[in-house]
Design a binder for this molecule. Structure first.
Ligand code: APR
Length: 232
């Protein structure tokens, strides 16, 4: 595999999905062993489920927080965090809600799907909650159930966060997607935006998917190994 000299690029965008965290032991969503093969998202990851049984949904997310805390960032996460510090323009966009990039040292992460580490009151806004167990499941001010600050099935994406991601992707000259099946909107459109700026588009994923043809190059390897070799 040829290495990449980051200095040759003005603006690098990394776009990560569940495969990035899979190597740390966090389960992916789709496919064998994926979260949605064990749990029906209709019961755990949508507003209707929360409205029907908030305690069940919160418990599910609390279990996921504990599972994530038991995992550690891998060399691929660290390669990105290191590059952010030495390259003037690196943007990290993730679909992951697990906070692994931040634990590896990344400081400005655009989290498209929110975070497991925040809870939100429908009336009083967002509260940070970074423990393995929730500090409280009810809002201190109004007593409403707090919901995970995550984009669930059927939720609208946060338009401000989306615009920030798309603006970065539209003006990058190197776009590297790592560990995403690319099937969930808006991931599918991202390599197209990068191509509009003639960016070099690289996919890191052990398996091809229906979006793979949009990339100039595919590295059929795991995230940690591929990232270490590519930017070593
Ligand atoms: N390195 C790189 N890629 C990997 C690795 C690895 N070690 N292991 C698995 N993969 C790849 C798989 O081949 C698959 O293409 O990671 C991808 C994971 O795909 P999904 O489980 O569909 O995850 P993702 O694309 O992030 O899903 C998007 O869907 O359910 C929603 O909100 C959830 O953010 C999630 C979104």
């Amino acid at each position: 595999m040829k290495t990449i000299d980051p200095e040759q690029y003005e603006h690098i965008v990394f776009f990560t999905g569940a495969g990035m965290s899979a190597e740390s032991g966090v389960p992916t969503y789709r496919g064998h062993g994926g979260v949605w093969s064990q749990y029906r998202w209709e019961e755990y990851a949508c507003q209707d489920a929360f409205d029907g049984n908030p305690e069940k949904v919160l418990k599910f997310h609390e279990l996921r927080r504990a599972a994530v805390l038991a995992c550690k960032p891998h060399p691929g996460h660290k390669v990105i965090a290191k590059l952010e510090k030495k390259h003037p323009r690196v943007t990290l966009v993730t679909q992951n809600i697990d906070g692994m990039h931040q634990r590896a040292g990344s400081e400005n992460v655009i989290e498209l799907h929110g975070s497991l580490w925040r809870l939100r009151c429908p009336y009083d806004g967002i509260s940070e909650d970074i423990g393995e167990k929730y500090k409280s499941c009810k809002c201190d001010k109004c007593g409403s159930w707090l919901r995970p600050d995550i984009i669930w099935f059927g939720d609208m994406l946060n338009q401000g966060v989306m615009s920030e991601a798309i603006a970065a992707i539209r003006c990058c000259d190197l776009f590297v997607s790592i560990g995403t099946s690319g099937v969930v909107y808006p991931a599918a459109g991202f390599p197209r935006f990068a191509k509009e700026n003639n960016a070099r588009c690289i996919e890191i994923n052990p398996e091809a998917n229906e979006m793979s043809s949009l990339y100039d190059e595919a590295i059929r390897d795991t995230a940690g190994k591929a990232m270490s070799e590519l930017f070593g």
